[in-house]
Design a protein around this ligand. Structure first.
Ligand code: MOS
Length: 751
């Protein structure tokens, strides 16, 4: 309601007395050495605050705290990418600030850089997954099929660009307001940068402001921009606002990792997969950032949702001298499954088999093991989403005959099957030990979580879980703003974990409230009990912490009185402890998977070679749709974002810098470009999730690109193996295919 009425305050709507504006001085070369950083002595620097690497406080570290300590907050000696921040400038007047920016003097000695994944040799991180005996698997095969697939960068293109305000306090304290996904990530990064350990109490506070989209692009980047604003604010002794404009946001911030994926697959004549070998390379950019975990998710999903006894996945993130790539909805899985699904089509063609039949034959079912050896015990829906997507797609076509219907337009259909693990990989959740709390109020309860609303419906969905778990009306539940001075650390808002993981913890906090209140039958009784328990106090906080599903199960089996269940929904009945070995990459990679199937219909114009997706059906198993309309919105939005990645979104890099950092030539689909869409919500409950729910945020991003590219192949008989499938790329593929045909014809004649 606040967004619709315009009452919501985004970070750029906020202002503080004495506030300055901050800007970043960036490198103009992709790689080299910094010789000097200085200020033009001819310029009037009155009222300016200038910060460079030398301003990082003693005790602090010039570092963006992440998995690996390689990225400086401000480059002091070396340049590793074209947009690397070198210095910061602040002024109360934005016009003066721009004038000053042009007078900061940076001298560098340029060195040759690696600007392309194809040429990269330095490895940020490598992962190997081994299952069975690959050689034996290939020995069993009647046929070995090979293919190489490429995907490009993708910009998150949230409507609101990255932005923060840093407000300095007493004794080095700092408060940051910002557009961000993960308040506690920013707290940690600021503590490291400013040298304020946890023993410094409340000195670092981060408040998420109303956020206009994230899609992963506000997972790690806010740690950097918050650090910059904090350095300026502490030096100036005044609040500093830093808001990127669209160009700066597009050229300088993280994007989806480009990928090159090679598949080699052994298959029997009847279509049974006997061996899968995948070599997966991601372009990490200049610094490691989140790449190891993106690689991890990509590698685990690299075989697609298929059964195969013998698997080897070799994944590597390579270093290039381009801005670091990072989190983007799907987190490596879309790249990996684009390749896996294109390859399934290539195998089907080699066998002369219907591609749907090939998928049906090999798809994962209960009792199968994944590439990491995870035994799938329940909530496995690959077969069901396939059937339901195909049925629903027929209905969509019957009901929606919309089509360009230009004379010679060629039409085609493609199908993609996919899965997506919910929550952190492996032991990530157990290690993170996220917390969530409920504040009992005389009127109901208040949700206290660090999970952020970024347009996906977090607030509504968590309030629903709290209301149902307490057995009170939804209207009785309030939600606190994600302010680290107020809410516990629920972990980051990423990895399709907010509903399944944080929702699960919140549900247990609600159970603690119920226990404290004793049995009550009606909402009115809840209020009576609450008031009695509060005894005049304004509130009482009940906190819960993450527990492995298996531990919840065994504890509940041991203590639950017969016949009594908490408020409705599925209860753990088959959950089991998640076991994972990070050394060998064996075990239960995720507590649960969402399963998805897309059917895409495309039209290709054989004169201009433009491709358009006209109809798209998505069937996604989310366990339990806590709020069906929001779930549908997540599926539609993620699917459309993937159609853009497949067809039109092309990041053009020139000299290590994005050359098309504007909405005029980085083309995302609008409602007018989008296909007619049908969303089929499948509910196969996961006992370890709240009311059976799994994750939905990322899964819809995994399937549309391979489905659309398969449909193009079906329409024009030419395989692309790379996205985006722009008219230029399709023409090139058509020419290549024609060339190959005429070469073959020429050889035939010569013989
Ligand atoms: Mo998300 S791509 O896990 O921020």
């Amino acid at each position: 309601m606040e967004k619709v009425t315009g009452r919501a305050k985004y970070v750029d709507d906020l202002s503080f007395p004495g506030m300055l504006y901050g800007r970043t001085v960036r490198s103009t070369i992709p790689r080299g050495k910094i010789l000097s950083v200085g200020l033009d002595p001819e310029f009037d620097w009155t009222g300016f605050t200038f910060v460079d690497a030398r301003d990082v406080p003693s005790g602090g570290r010039n570092l963006i705290a992440a998995i690996v300590e390689d990225q400086p907050c401000l480059a002091g000696e070396r340049i590793e990418h074209r947009e690397e921040p070198i210095a910061l400038l602040a002024h109360a007047d934005r016009g003066r600030l721009e004038a000053g920016l042009a007078r900061v003097e940076v001298a560098c000695a340029a060195e040759p850089g690696v600007l392309d994944l194809g040429r990269a040799t330095e490895v940020h991180k490598a992962i190997a997954i081994e299952k069975g005996d690959l050689a034996a698997g290939f020995a069993e095969a009647d046929l070995v099929v090979e293919g190489t697939y490429r995907t490009g960068h993708q910009e998150q293109l949230y409507i609101e660009p990255n932005g923060v305000i840093a407000v300095p306090g007493e004794g080095g304290a700092i408060t940051v307001y910002g557009s961000l996904q993960c308040p506690y990530y920013v707290v940690r990064a600021l503590r490291v940068l400013l040298g304020l350990p946890e023993s410094c109490g409340e000195k670092v506070r981060v408040v998420q402001t109303t956020t206009g989209g994230g899609f992963g692009g506000k997972e790690e980047y806010p740690s950097l921009i918050a650090g910059h604003a904090a350095l300026l604010a502490r030096k100036a002794g005044r609040p500093v606002k830093m808001i990127y404009d669209r160009l700066e946001d597009m050229v300088a911030t993280t994007k989806r990792h480009p990928a090159i994926v090679r598949h080699r697959t052994g298959v029997k004549r009847d279509g049974t997969l006997t061996a899968i070998e995948v070599d997966l390379r991601l372009d990490g950019g200049a610094y490691v950032t989140l790449s190891p975990v993106v690689l991890s998710r990509a590698s685990i999903h690299a075989t697609g949702p298929y059964r195969c006894p013998h698997v080897r996945v070799a994944g590597r993130v390579m270093k290039t001298n381009t801005p670091p790539n990072g989190a983007f909805r799907g987190f490596g899985a879309p790249q990996a499954q684009f390749a896996a699904e294109q390859h399934m089509d290539r195998i089907a063609e080699a066998l002369g088999m219907d591609p749907v039949l090939l998928r049906r034959k090999n798809l994962l079912r209960v009792g199968d093991t994944t590439a990491t050896g995870q035994l799938l015990k329940g909530s496995v829906s690959a077969a069901e989403v396939l059937d339901r997507a195909l049925a629903r797609h027929d209905e969509l076509l019957r009901r929606n005959k919309k089509s360009l219907q230009r004379g010679k337009t060629k039409r085609g259909r493609g199908v993609a099957l996919f899965f997506h693990g919910s929550g952190f990989t492996g032991g990530g959740e157990a290690k993170m030990q996220s917390r969530a709390a409920l504040e009992l109020l005389p009127t109901g309860a208040r949700v206290l979580v660090a999970s952020t609303e970024i347009g996906q419906g977090t607030r509504t969905m968590l309030a629903q879980i709290a209301a149902d778990a307490l057995g009170v009306p939804y209207e009785w539940i309030e939600t606190a703003d994600p302010d680290t001075a107020r809410v516990p650390d629920s972990g980051p808002t990423v990895a399709s974990r907010t509903c399944m993981i944080v929702g699960g913890i919140l549900k247990r906090a609600a159970q603690a409230v119920r226990t404290a209140l004793g049995d009550y039958a009606t909402p009115e009784q809840f209020r009576q009990r609450a008031r009695a328990l509060l005894d005049g106090r304004p509130s009482l906080t009940f906190e819960a912490q993450y527990e492995k599903p298996g531990e919840i199960e065994s504890r509940r089996c041991g203590t639950a009185p017969p016949g009594r269940t908490s408020a409705g929904g599925a209860e753990p009945s088959q959950g089991s402890a998640q076991e994972w070995d990070d050394e060998t990459y064996r075990g239960d990679a995720y507590g649960a998977y969402a399963w998805g199937c897309n059917v895409a219909e495309v039209e290709v114009d054989p004169v201009t070679w433009e491709a358009r997706c006209t109809h798209l059906t998505a069937a996604i198993d989310v366990g339990r749709a806590i709020h069906p309309m929001l779930v549908e919105g997540q599926i539609e939005g993620g699917s459309l974002q993937a159609v853009g990645w497949a067809l039109s979104e092309e990041v053009v890099m020139q000299g290590g810098r994005m050359a098309n950092g504007q909405l005029t030539n980085y083309i995302i689909p609008t409602a007018l470009d989008g296909p007619a869409m049908a969303v089929e919500i499948v509910e196969n409950p996961y006992p370890g999730g709240p009311f059976g729910a799994k994750g939905v945020g990322e899964c819809p991003m995994d399937g549309p690109a391979p489905a659309v590219v398969s449909a193009i192949r079906d329409a024009i008989g030419v395989r692309l193996d790379a996205i985006p499938a722009t008219a230029e790329r399709i023409l090139e593929a058509v020419d290549r295919a024609a060339g190959a045909v005429s070469e073959a014809a020429a050889r035939q004649v010569a013989r």
